[in-house]
Design a protein. Structure first.
Length: 236
């Protein structure tokens, strides 16, 4: 009897526990969670992100390509000059001038390349174009205007190498009117006076360059030659 009574008591307790479990209050409603909704793992699918990145990269390359192409072409042209492959450099410089006809840098470098080929008339024409466009040098990264070079000394040198001393003299005098200490003008004017046998005048030009590292050895050689000629003429 006790056993049956115990079983009935256990069943009754079990039913009461189940009923209590059913009647437990549900948690309070979370209004913020209801508004926010469930978090999403990927706001933008990965393939879409990859596509966007690819489009942006293509746009950057497309916008930067002209400048990048010029820099590569300029680098290759200078490489050919250093390797003494002047004709290849000439073709590249011509393409750079066609692309940027107002940039004096390319005229200058093409003129110098022509000088290595002893094509001094072509060099003179390029130096003259550089002089015409000397105010068109691009600004630096900080937006500052560069120092504007004078290409008249190179024009004068071209005339001198062509044997046209008259036009060479005009170009050098114009250059010296702007800069009395211009090294190329002074040295070449000294050479011109030396050729005429006017040694005192040649010395006036050479002495300006006597301490210039680029010219001092050549000036010393001219001094030695003039000294020998003077002593020889005096019978010493």
């Amino acid at each position: 009897m006790a056993t049956q009574s115990s079983k009935r008591s256990s069943k009754s307790a079990g039913r009461q526990a189940a009923a209590a479990a059913v009647n437990v209050e549900s948690p309070a409603h979370d209004a913020l969670r209801a508004v926010a909704g469930q978090p999403s793992r990927d706001l933008i699918p990965i393939p879409v992100l990859i596509a966007i990145f690819g489009i942006v990269w293509i746009l950057i390359v497309w916008l930067m390509w002209p400048q990048f192409s010029r820099e590569i072409t300029g680098f290759m042209a200078r490489h050919y000059v250093a390797a003494k492959k002047y004709n290849k450099a000439v073709n590249l410089y011509k393409s750079l001038i066609e692309d940027a006809p107002a940039n004096p840098t390319w005229y200058l470098e093409l003129g110098t390349t022509y000088s290595y080929l002893n094509k001094w008339d072509d060099a003179r024409k390029m130096y003259a174009k550089a002089q015409e466009n000397r105010d068109s040098l691009p600004k630096d990264e900080q937006g500052n205007s560069p120092n504007i070079p004078d290409f008249k000394p190179l024009i004068g040198l071209s005339y001198f190498m062509m044997g046209d001393n008259e036009n060479a003299l005009k170009s050098f005098q114009q250059a010296l009117s702007q800069n009395k200490s211009d090294p190329l003008s002074n040295f070449t004017m000294g050479e011109m006076e030396f050729q005429k046998g006017n040694y005192p005048k040649a010395v006036e030009y050479f002495k300006v360059m006597a301490r210039n590292p680029e010219y001092k050895n050549r000036v010393r050689d001219y001094y030695s030659i003039m000294q020998e000629k003077i002593f020889s003429a005096a019978g010493v």
